[in-house]
Write a protein that binds this ligand. Structure first.
Ligand SMILES: [Zn+2]
Length: 281
């Protein structure tokens, strides 16, 4: 079997709390991985005083390290995680002020994308835990604002949300339509196998690369991306899938004939190029 490109659409690297960009990229590459899409980690993982811009600048630096020192092709995604808003509110920052700093952060992210240093805005979205209706309203407004920024910058968005079924996908698709953004370029990170259009309403699902989810997804089609959501945190080694999972899963499914080479190429190359507007090697 020829080597085909293999993309992990959501993988983190963290030299402070984990092994860092080069170690993770080397593990990924040894397993057969070729492309890493890397969102910045939340500010608090980089220290108490870390600003949004610093967190974004760090991921750009990690991506440059991977691109210059390994054969993996890495791309950055920059944004402000919804938990950042919750954190500001918990710290006693007034709602309006907290919302404004999130908006400023999202603008910063957009500027970085326009400068060509990142290929999309994310992860942004709604929390996976309960919050007050007032706070939830702001999260939804920030999603809408991000879609407007993405439309203006002509870029993709990676959504972090509560666990989502058809109903939530429909809601996000409606929000994308309201903002006028191409729904295909709205990627639902950490998705279940919602591969049929009537399930995802035109959004692009990034399937979590467990055996069960990928096999289920492949039964419905190949219009999806694959990811681990690897956190690169030594304190939480088993929190999500390891960095070798996407290449290993892809190869194993190809070997036992569940995944065809054409489908693999669609998932790991064509879908990635189309959604982000990039070229892979
Ligand atoms: Zn993430």
């Amino acid at each position: 079997m020829d080597q085909i490109p293999i993309t992990d659409n959501h993988i983190h690297v963290d030299p402070i709390n984990g092994e860092g960009p080069l170690e993770v990229a080397k593990k990924f590459q040894r397993a057969g991985g070729t492309v890493m899409i890397i969102p910045n980690k939340p500010t608090w993982t980089l220290g108490d005083k870390c600003t949004f811009k610093e967190a974004m600048d760090q991921v750009i630096k990690y991506v440059e390290e991977i691109n210059t020192q390994t054969d993996v092709q890495a791309f950055a995604i920059v944004g402000a995680h919804p938990a950042e808003l919750s954190r500001l509110i918990k710290e006693g920052v007034p709602m309006e002020k907290a919302e404004q700093s999130m908006r400023d952060a999202l603008q910063t992210a957009q500027k970085i994308v326009i400068r060509g240093k990142a290929i999309g805005i994310g992860e942004i979205g709604r929390p996976h835990y309960d919050v007050s209706p007032e706070e939830m309203k702001i999260h939804n407004e920030l999603i809408h604002y991000t879609f407007e920024l993405a439309l203006d910058a002509d870029c993709a968005v990676q959504l972090h949300t509560e666990s989502s079924g058809e109903e939530q996908f429909k809601e996000f698709a409606q929000m994308a339509d309201d903002a006028g953004i191409d729904k295909q370029r709205v990627i639902k990170h950490f998705s279940g196998p919602l591969v049929l259009e009537e399930e995802n309403h035109g959004l692009t699902p990034s399937l979590i690369a467990t055996k069960k989810v990928i096999i289920e997804g492949l039964k419905k089609g190949n219009n999806f991306l694959m990811e681990t959501d690897y956190l690169d945190m030594k304190s939480r080694p088993g929190a999500v899938l390891g960095p070798k999972t996407v290449p290993r899963r892809t190869k194993a499914l190809m070997q036992n004939g569940i995944l065809s080479e054409d489908d693999a190429y669609k998932i790991h190359v064509e879908n990635v190029e189309k959604v982000y507007g990039i070229r892979l090697f």
